[in-house]
Design a protein. Structure first.
Length: 216
């Protein structure tokens, strides 16, 4: 009787362990099954993010092109070689911005995939611990939804930065040069009005102050 009882207890323990191992295996299977459609979701996330970056690139390009056009017009350089150079600079900045956007998208997708893998490993670790983790598939799916929710908070404008910085510098320089030319022209006009060379404007006031009567 004693041996029979010991054998029954051992058999029961063995059966319990087998049931536990089966439950762990099932939980791991359920966890992995939660990733069944994740590849398609990565593609959707990538496409949506690319669309956002393209929209931001197009917005910045439009602003840069308008500012560039106005700067050329104010400088009297429309249609000249400076306009051609400015157009090339705009195109180059757009190309660099496009490459940067692609890199940002790839990095964001890779970051999401890494977060998902961390979720997978965490859930599997909990399952292999043998504890009651509830519905493993639902728990994992919740984690994946949280991951993609966090990924979608990506600030595209901040990540992309000012793509057309070179163009902005160029039209700022054109505006500055135009302003300086306007100042020179205005100085020349004043000099002509008072009958003195443009370069002697500084001495004109001094001369007038020392001999006020000579103008009469």
């Amino acid at each position: 009787m004693c041996f029979g009882g010991t054998g029954n207890a051992a058999a029961a323990a063995q059966a319990q362990e087998a049931q536990r191992a089966a439950q762990i295996a099932q939980n791991v299977t359920n966890i992995n099954s939660a990733f069944a459609n994740r590849g398609a979701q990565y593609d959707q996330y990538k496409d949506a993010l690319q669309g956002q970056y393209q929209t931001e690139l197009t917005r910045q390009q439009g602003i840069a092109a308008r500012n560039n056009k106005f700067a050329l017009a104010r400088s009297g350089l429309t249609g000249g070689s400076a306009a051609v150079d400015a157009g090339k600079l705009l195109s180059q900045d757009m190309q660099r911005g496009t490459i940067n956007a692609q890199q940002q998208v790839q990095g964001s997708v890779a970051k999401l995939q890494a977060a998902d893998e961390a979720t997978r490993q965490q859930e599997i670790s909990l399952a292999q611990g043998g504890g009651d983790i509830g519905d493993a598939a639902i728990q994992t799916a919740n984690g994946l939804r949280a991951n993609i929710g966090n990924a979608q908070t990506n600030n595209v404008t901040q990540s992309l930065g000012n793509v057309f910085g070179d163009v902005a510098t160029n039209y700022t320089n054109m505006n500055t040069a135009a302003a300086l030319r306007r100042g020179v022209y205005a100085g020349s006009a004043r000099a002509a009005l008072y009958g003195a060379p443009a370069g002697s404007l500084g001495s004109l006031g001094g001369s007038g102050a020392s001999t006020p009567g000579s103008l009469g």
